[in-house]
Design a protein around this ligand. Structure first.
Ligand code: SF4
Length: 89
C-alpha cells in the first residue's frame, strides 16, 4: 500500500473510470466501479446507503460524490489504471 500511495499521480484523477462509468450488480444495485462492487461499497445518493438502478431512472449522477478508499491508489498510481488498461499511453 505504501508503494501505491507514494506512486499516486494527481494527473490520473481526471481519467479514473468511476468518473464516466457505473457498475451494476446482478440484483440491480449500483456502484461507482467494479472494485467498489467487489468490496461491497455501494454508490450513495441523497443519504441512502445504497441505490438501485430503478432509482436512477431520469436522474443525472454527473457530479455526485464517489465512494473512495485506499484501494483507489491502484487507479491513481504510476500511469494510472482502469478496466481499459493504463490511463496514460
Ligand atoms: S477504485 Fe476508486 S478511483 Fe478506481 S474507479 Fe473505483 S472509485 Fe474510482
Amino acid at each position: 500500500m505504501a508503494l501505491l500511495r507514494t506512486a499516486h499521480q494527481d494527473a490520473n484523477l481526471k481519467g479514473v473510470m468511476c468518473r464516466t462509468l457505473l457498475s451494476v450488480d446482478w440484483q440491480g444495485y449500483v456502484y461507482d466501479c467494479d472494485f467498489n462492487q467487489m468490496l461491497g461499497l455501494p454508490l450513495r445518493r441523497n443519504g441512502r446507503p445504497r441505490v438501485h438502478i430503478n432509482d436512477l431512472a431520469g436522474s443525472d449522477v454527473q457530479g455526485d460524490s464517489i465512494v473512495v478508499g485506499d484501494h483507489c491508489y491502484g487507479c491513481t498510481a504510476g500511469q494510472g489504471s482502469s478496466c481499459g488498461g493504463a490511463l496514460k499511453s
